[in-house]
Design a binder for this molecule. Structure first.
Ligand code: TMP
Length: 208
């Protein structure tokens, strides 16, 4: 089973991924955790380049960089793990490119989906958990973190608003694999809800 976690900056994805992985371990569910951009040595180098505050990257080049990192991750890690029967938990996947480059940068969702169909050889998640958080709360959390803001975090409020709207459009379009979670809840409760969603998605359709 292929599970992805999505959301705007400050939604609390990293905390959820860590708690969820612990919960899966306790239940003896064999899984691998990875992230995008990154997850492979090549992907991590692309990530540093991509997030550098001074980098000037054209929107189409942005989408292509994300697709390259993703192609490497899918072929080297995700598909082999799924073929071994492991659950894969990925912090972001191609929905992030649709939200950020498609809606945020204005490339349009269809072009980005097409590019990613090629990059992933048509791999889509079985379940996507979208952490939904109000704009003010997300901004507060993002600015409350220590360290310099990265290139994407430095983007305007309007950009982040388009990204959030893009995620909601995706959640409607791919409703069969999306679960929207209220990220204002405590981390433990969110992890419980996420685990329940995974268990529900694992059950045969007829018994759901
Ligand atoms: P992260 O901070 O959640 O790890 O994500 C890194 C940043 O990269 C975040 O601002 C979202 C952005 N991003 C894209 O713009 N397109 C993509 O396809 C992915 C995976 C991430």
């Amino acid at each position: 089973m292929f599970v992805t976690i999505e959301g705007v900056e400050g939604a609390g994805k990293s905390t959820l991924v860590a708690l969820l992985s612990d919960a899966l371990k306790k239940r003896g569910i064999d899984h691998v955790v990875t992230r995008e951009p990154g997850g492979t040595p090549l992907g991590e180098r692309i990530r540093s380049l991509f997030l550098e505050p001074e980098a000037a990257i054209d929107p189409l080049a942005e989408a292509m960089l994300m697709a390259a990192s993703r192609a490497q991750l899918v072929r080297r890690l995700i598909r082999p793990a799924l073929e071994r029967g492991q659950l894969v938990l990925c912090d972001r996947f191609w929905d992030a490119s649709v939200a950020y480059q498609g809606y945020g940068r204005g490339l349009g969702p269809e072009r980005v989906i097409e590019l990613n169909r090629i990059a992933t050889e048509s791999l889509s998640p079985d379940l996507t958990l979208l952490l939904d958080v109000p704009e003010e709360e997300a901004q507060r959390r993002m600015h409350g973190r220590s360290g310099e803001l990265d290139r994407m975090e430095q983007e305007s409020r309007a950009f982040h608003r388009r990204v959030a709207a893009g995620y909601h459009a995706l959640a409607e379009r791919f409703a069969e694999r999306y679960r929207v979670l209220d990220a204002r809840r405590g981390p433990e409760q969110l992890a419980d809800e996420a685990l329940a969603a995974i268990e529900q998605q694992t059950r045969p359709r007829s018994r759901r």
